[in-house]
Design a protein around this ligand. Sequence first.
Ligand code: DGN
Length: 257
Amino acid sequence: EPIGIFDSGVGGLTVLKELRRILPYEDIIYLGDTARVPYGIRSPETVTRYSFECTEFLLSKKIKLLVVACNTVSAISLKEIQKKVSIPVVGVIEPGARAAVDSTKNGKIGIIGTEATIKSSAYFKAIKAISEDLEVFGLACPLFVPLVEEGWTNGIIVRLIVEEYLKSMLEIAVDTLVLGCTHYPLLKGVIQDVMKDVSLVDSAIETAKVVRKVLEEQGVNSNEQGVRGQGRLKFYVTDSTDKFVSIGERFLQSKIE
Ligand code: DGN
C-alpha cells in the first residue's frame, strides 16, 4: 500500500523529496491542491474543508499512512483530520517542534512561516507542550513563498528581503530557527548566511524521519528493494499540470513524470 501526502500546492514536494530519500522503496501518492493555493491566507474553516477533501481523495487510493505536508494545514486542521481517519496521520509541526527543542541551548527558538501558521501559534503550543521553559518567537515571512515559486532563491534581492525579515530574530538572538513552511528549505542557503551560527530546523527532514518511525512501529514499512526496485511515485493536481511540473522539479530536484 502506498503512502499518501498532500499539500496546498507544490511546496509539499520538499517533504516528498526527504521521504523519498530515506524511504526509497515506498510507493507514494502526492496530491497538490494547486487550484486553491495558497491556503495560508484562508480562514481556518476553509483550510479544514479543503484538507478534508484532499484527505478523502487520498483515502480512496487505499493509502496506509497520510502525511500532511503543508504547515498551514498541519497547524490548523491536523487534529480534525486525525479524528476523521483510522490510518496514521503525520503532520509537519510536531516533528519540527521536537527537533527545535533538541537543538536549542540558550532556550530561544524562532519560528518562521506563513501568516496562518504563525497566527495559529501551533509551533508555539507544540514546543511549550514539550518544555514550558523555552521562549518561542514567531514571525510571518509572506514574501518568501512567491519568491521561491518565482525561482528566486539566491542573489542580492533575496538576500536583502531575508535580512529585512530576520533582523528581529537576530536581535532576539535565537539560537534555533524553524523553517515552518514547505517552501523555506529552498531558501536555506541565504537564511543560513544571514542567521550565521543559528541552527536551522528543516521540518521536511524531521517529518520524513517520523514517518519512517511510524511505519516501522506499525510493521508496514517497505524497506526491501524487492523485484521492482524503487517505489513508484504518482502525482495528482487540481489545476493544470504544466506549472506544477516546471516549478515542482525545482522543489523535488528530480524529474516529475
Ligand atoms: N504549503 C504552505 C505551508 O507550508 O504553509 C505554503 C504555501 C501556502 O499555502 N501559502
